[in-house]
Write a new protein. Structure first.
Length: 296
């Protein structure tokens, strides 16, 4: 049957999500999150949202976006029973050509917030690693990791810590809708992606962001449920206020929030201080990724 490549639109979403689910890789991504990562991402132009059809059936999809003047390959997948037929290769080449037409000079397979699927290519997925190597992509083999927290056993009580911080004149609380802009601006001093992700926390009910304040001024924040339904991050504490346990309190408040929404596990995505998360909440590494790049 002849394969055709077209633009991924609303009518293809159910089929593309079915392809994603056929990979049996991540059961947490539902229709809402899949749409947010694909057609709902304003940095993904139509010519970088692609679908492969055989007849009227969606058998593969690929999504790219433009971030930091690069083509970012967010996800590419073919249904397992349609592999080794050149479909993924055709989608990849179409994305690269779209990047070249946009005068982009480099392609990246890795996470750039907001709305990233994953930080890179999962090291357990040998066929995916081989696929990108075969098509000229290179990696420095520096691993990025996700960590998993067992919420049933993690020590999440922060009552004593909140009292200690209050005694120091610091308030820690859930961010209100009215206070979201100030926290987003604080995060935006360090990263525009963090500014966007704080704002996205305001789309959840209740707001899935917590912050510490010195008077009316935000000095730290942490969010959850913005890069995935049970994911923690990003988080930031102003350098002048570090080493006082503020970040740990915000981490635990976010994890308790995830638990209150019915999740038994939480994921710390793109975890930085691995030892800190392991010590604080018993987090363990459960996924590792490599980022790949290629000059276009």
């Amino acid at each position: 049957m002849t394969m055709t490549i077209g633009q991924l639109g609303e009518r293809d979403m159910a089929g593309a999500l079915a392809v994603f689910r056929s990979l049996d890789y991540d059961a947490t991504i539902d229709e809402r999150w899949f749409a947010r990562f694909t057609i709902g991402d304003p940095t993904c132009p139509q010519e970088m949202r692609l679908v492969a059809r055989q007849g009227h059936e969606v058998v593969a999809f690929a999504v790219g976006c433009v971030r930091e003047h690069r083509l970012v390959l967010k996800f590419i997948a073919a249904r397992p029973d349609r592999r080794r037929q050149g479909i993924a290769t055709a989608l990849l080449q179409a994305l690269e050509q779209a990047g070249q037409r946009a005068l982009l000079t480099q392609a990246l397979i890795g996470g750039i917030g907001p709305n990233f699927f994953y930080p890179g290519v999962d090291l357990r997925l040998t066929p995916a690693l081989s696929f990108f190597w075969r098509h000229g992509y290179q990696t420095d083999r520096v691993a990025l990791v996700d960590m998993l927290v067992d919420l049933a056993h993690a020590p999440l009580d922060v009552a004593a810590d909140l009292a200690r911080l209050r005694a120091q004149g610091l308030a820690v609380q859930r961010v209100t809708g009215e206070g979201l802009a100030a926290v987003a601006d604080f995060g935006g001093r360090y990263s525009e992606a963090w500014r966007a992700e704080v704002r996205m926390a305001g789309e959840n009910d209740p707001v899935s962001a917590f912050a510490a304040y010195d008077g009316a001024e935000p000095i730290a924040f942490a969010v959850c449920g913005v890069t995935g339904p049970h994911r923690f991050g990003p988080t930031l504490t102003h350098p002048d206020h570090r080493h006082h346990g503020i970040g740990g309190v915000l981490l635990k408040l976010c994890l308790a929030d995830i638990r209150s929404r019915g999740w038994s596990q939480a994921e710390i995505t793109w975890a930085g201080p691995v030892q800190y998360y392991a010590r604080s909440v018993g987090a363990v590494i459960h996924k590792a990724y490599w980022a790949f790049t290629k000059d276009l």
